[in-house]
Design a protein around this ligand. Structure first.
Ligand code: NAP
Ligand code: ZN
Length: 324
């Protein structure tokens, strides 16, 4: 079994090792594809708020695979999405259908070894069969890139006819947020220097730092943190909701408190999404195409190059294909 492990942070410290170990517990799964996210890059670079476990560590948190054995309901040979939130099913968050907030849980690939290994063991409750109408490339973008903005829109109680403004719209989550916004009947606006995002659906694009002063939206999705925090609250309408799920440009932002309370605005934290929401996305995909822009596909042997390429800036997803 080949895996990439590191002990000291840094892409240069990733070592490819070979042994007989299949990490984790549950059903044996051969990884087919993994998609890169800021999370993986941050885990490998040592830039995360969570504690890593174990060390030496195998990163990788968004992946699909092929089952190598039968489960109680799942069958050997099935393609599966790995739902990457670890959960105990018993705490009050799990009982409330919010297993992504499990009080005894965490993120696969962060608090356990993850996807950058040829085979893993995953509990059956974390495996979701991929319907035949969903491609591998779509499926590997569901557990993080799609689920995160879908959940964020649910957290904001999005209603058709509302205006949605997305910061970081050309990113992994932004492109999917734009498409879900359209599907939910929202009027979508985006902050992006990349005009090509209009190929994903109807959207009015403002350049970075180019949102008109008077413009406001009912829902503002801002995964960028510090640099755009003050602006995104300013562009949240009276009674509007601003949703944060990332801190790409820094962890602390300045909040204009009178603006917050005089407009009865709401700042909402959001993270990941539930298994049920993942199933809802699969159901939406029965009737609507969800488009994933792939920038480049690398083989598993090219993981170092892939991570460097990811960090250098890209237009679309960077995917690791374990069959190349
Ligand atoms: N809590 C969760 O569950 C969760 C899940 C997924 C992601 N996240 C976090 O959410 C954030 C976004 O994730 P992602 O995967 O969508 O990231 P991404 O693919 O790296 O995209 C981020 C986008 O932000 C814009 N951007 C980058 N640097 C910027 C800057 N300095 N100022 C303004 N805009 C900038 C760019 O878009 P434009 O060129 O279009 O402006 C870029 O495409 C990350 O911090 C990630 O860790 C959290
Ligand atoms: Zn729990």
């Amino acid at each position: 079994m080949k895996s990439y492990v590191f002990e000291t942070p840094g892409i240069e410290n990733l070592r490819k090792i070979g042994n007989d170990m299949v990490y984790g517990t549950g059903l044996r799964v051969r990884i087919l594809k993994a998609a890169l996210n800021p999370l993986d890059y941050n885990v490998i670079s040592g830039n995360i708020v969570y504690g890593l476990n174990p060390i030496p560590h195998i990163a990788g948190s968004e992946a699909i695979g092929e089952l190598l054995e039968d489960g109680k309901g799942l069958k050997r040979g099935q393609r599966v999405i790995i739902y990457n939130r670890l959960y105990d099913s018993t705490c009050r968050m799990c009982r409330d259908g919010r297993e992504y907030l499990c009080l005894n849980g965490g993120i696969w690939g962060v608090m356990t070894n993850g996807a950058f290994t040829e085979e893993v063991r995953i509990e059956e409750k974390n495996l979701v069969p991929i319907p035949e109408y969903v491609t591998d490339i779509q499926a590997v973008s569901l557990p993080i890139a799609a689920l995160t903005p879908f959940h964020a829109l649910n957290r904001a109680s999005a209603r058709a006819g509302e205006k949605l403004l997305i910061y970081g719209a050309s990113g992994n989550t932004g492109i999917l947020g734009l498409q879900f916004g359209n599907l939910m009947g929202l009027d979508v606006y985006a902050v992006s220097n990349n005009k090509e995002i209009s190929t994903y659906g109807p959207v009015e694009i403002f350049p970075r730092n180019g949102v008109p002063d008077e413009f406001t939206a009912d829902i503002v999705i801002n995964p960028l943190g510090k640099e755009t925090w003050a602006d995104s609250l300013k562009h949240t309408s009276i009674t509007g909701r601003m949703v944060a799920y990332g801190v790409l440009t820094g962890r602390e932002g300045i909040t204009n408190i009178p603006d917050l309370y005089t407009g009865e605005k709401t700042i909402i934290g959001s993270t990941g999404g539930s298994l049920n929401e993942l199933m809802e996305i699969l159901n939406i995909m029965k009737y609507h195409q969800i488009r994933i822009g792939v920038d480049r596909i690398f083989s598993f042997d090219e993981l170092h190059q892939a991570l460097k390429y990811f960090a250098a800036g890209r237009k679309g997803r960077v995917i690791i294909d374990f069959d190349l």
